[in-house]
Write a new protein. Sequence first.
Length: 395
Amino acid sequence: MKILMLCNRVPWPLHEGGNLATWNLALHLKKEGHSVELACLNTQKHFVPLEEVPPLLDGIHAIPIDTTIRWKGVFQNLFSPLPYIAERFVSADFQILLEKLLRKNTYEIIQLEGLYMSPYIETIRRFTQTPIVLRAHNVEYKIWERVAQAESHPIKRTYLKGMTQSLKRFEARQFRKVNGVLFFTKADAALGLTLAPGISHTVIPSGIDIPENSGGSGKIPKSMGFIGSMDWMPNQDGIRWFVKEVLPLIRKRLPEVRFLIAGRNISENLLEGLDTTRVELLGEVPQASDFVQSIEVMVTPLRAGGGMRLKILEAMACGAAIVSTTVGAEGIEVTHQEHLILADDAETFSESVMRLMNQDAERLTLGEAARKRAIEYYSWQPIARKTSTYYLQLL
């Protein structure tokens, strides 16, 4: 098959979940024998010179765009049927690029990497009836619904609730316009079907690269860790909640505990006003697996979000002992107290972390079970094969 993937950013470097999910599927579809091209928006926030991207696919095309959120744009968008969060990704130059590609090539599948590339469906349909698949990394309205619920400022909360409803209507319309929707999780598929009943869809998770070793030794004593992109609002909210509500409970009994936070774009005021004793902001680390394998307990204290957290899968593949909220582990085929521990309130979360720190055998057993589950369910090549099978069914 000749496949064109439309991406709302250049999926490189491989330091974030979205990039990993896009690049690795493209690469492994290529390994399955398909021709794969990417047409990307190259956002100002995550700009990547194309010469830095390995030439492993059949073509990568990119158009610069500034998607910065501006209040002027917010107010101008108030009465638009296209939510502002999606409108930011509309580019006349990208439409021209897309038209050139569609005139020049005959694609058998056109894949939209996420909801925010769906405004280009009309452009595609002017040139071809090729099946369009929307690969839904998340059900987007649900993420913003949870963000709105967690927002304490009344004006911001009111705006976010309104935007969430607009996004929900938009998402339902776009699901109906495509030939198939590829959801990462069963929970997201269920949500998607409430928005657009009867749509053609399938559930295929994102995958991960499995490290050869689980790194069971060389841990930093009494250490907790978190890794994730820190310009994503649910991560910011989760870390602030953890430092404010959970960490003080742990410190009462383990005053020597260290909390290490790794990830891109950590703001200097992320933890402003909070007690940051023995909290270390590391920023982007050279190798995520090395960081995960150096920590005794990995935490995922998310209260908002959707889809799958690839950083949890990566930690599982490294044999990490993980404590997560239910939202943080949502969409991943895991069992509480077998592959990780789930905790949704500060007291339960803190107790779970302290128990793992004090129980070496339980920590090791939990990590081994997590690694085994990651290998069995989330290796990339079987995922690429399932994806290409679904595409052949559409054809």
